[in-house]
Design a binder for this molecule. Structure first.
Ligand SMILES: *Cc1c(COP(=O)(O)O)cnc(C)c1O
Ligand code: SF4
Length: 318
């Protein structure tokens, strides 16, 4: 059985870390639930209050500070939703929000303030959104997002892919997920079969921020995906205290390539309320990125980007 930690204090106890020392905050936990799968917990180093994995998931007092530039909906997504559950911002691609649920709750998440309470809500929109995609022949690729699309059951995923396969102009389905890295047991044989048997090209964009997140359990499921010709990419968010060091980024890219995953994007943080303590300035990011470029082969270099509301693509930082 898969298990999740939902009580931050018992996690800190297990890791032998003093809650006061790291400014643990119950109030921050109340704003955005604490949820971490066991596999991710197993990769956190005990006794280390600066652990880069722990920092991604632990509710701390700094989340409660308000900063002007940090909003509750930084990408203004509530307005670019052409329909509930459907985002069409970029040419040829439509992003379907299929579930609000994630495998893990990341403290820097730009969706942390979403009114996601009504759990069945997004799934109810699916039929309607699929008909919109069917009528728009400019759409070649559907991106499944959320939340995390692999929160859906295998049967729902199979059903969804079967429906998408009946749309003649659709060529690719892309799945944005953290499950293979934070909860690899979710990757069942059945899921692999569903994805590998599809007529559509299946692309998976995993979200890994630090090489320490990649253990043997993750390597096994990732190898299954690539054995079945699923294209694998990674996106990370550049986060202060997690991966804002040259050595860390080098190690991440090298580990990704060893595992058949292509580094795709390195995102600047979306300025969402409660995440300001993760900010890496543009100046610092550019210096780091230039150093990274000097150390790595081009194919190991993710593109450093920022998402800006209203633009036709993500924008490179310069
Ligand atoms: C990021 C994003 C995409 C995908 O963009 P790529 O540059 O192709 O990875 C598509 N739609 C939305 C709404 C997005 O935010
Ligand atoms: S949407 Fe992605 S970044 Fe946000 S909590 Fe879920 S897994 Fe984490």
């Amino acid at each position: 059985m898969r298990s999740y930690f939902t009580d931050p204090l018992s996690l800190l106890k297990k890791l032998n870390i003093n809650p006061q020392e790291i400014l643990f905050s119950t109030q921050a936990a109340a704003q955005f639930n604490f949820k971490v799968p066991e596999s991710f917990v197993n990769k956190i180093h005990p006794n280390d209050s600066n652990d880069p994995l722990l920092r991604q998931i632990l509710p701390i007092a700094q989340e409660l500070e308000l900063h002007d530039a940090y909003q509750t909906d930084p990408l203004n997504e509530s307005e670019s939703l052409s329909q509930p559950g459907l985002l069409q911002k970029y040419h040829g691609r439509a992003l379907l929000l299929v579930t609000p649920t994630c495998a893990i709750n990341c403290r820097y998440c730009f969706r942390r303030h979403y009114p996601y309470d009504d759990k069945g809500h997004l799934w109810k929109q699916i039929e309607n959104n699929i008909s919109i995609i069917r009528e728009d022949i400019s759409i070649e690729e559907v991106i499944l997002s959320g939340g995390d699309p692999l929160s859906l059951s295998d049967d729902k995923i199979a059903d969804l892919i079967t429906q998408l396969e009946t749309i003649p102009h659709l060529k690719r389905v892309r799945i944005h997920t953290r499950f293979p890295i934070v909860d690899p047991q979710r990757v069942t044989k059945k899921l692999i079969n569903i994805l590998s048997q599809s007529k559509l090209k299946i692309i998976m964009v995993i979200h890994i921020n630090h090489a320490q997140e990649i253990g043997i359990d993750n390597q096994k499921v990732i190898a299954e995906f690539s054995r079945h010709k699923i294209l694998l990419f990674n996106q990370s968010v550049l986060l202060k205290g997690v991966n804002d060091k040259l050595e860390t980024l080098i190690q991440l890219s090298k580990t990704l390539i060893e595992n058949q995953i292509i580094p795709y994007y390195l995102h600047m943080l979306d300025k969402v309320q409660g995440s300001a303590h993760f900010e890496v300035s543009d100046e610092k990011a550019l210096v780091l990125y230039q150093q990274l470029r000097e150390k790595l082969p081009g194919y190991m270099l993710p593109e450093l980007v920022r998402e800006i509301a209203g633009e036709k693509s993500k924008l490179p930082i310069s």
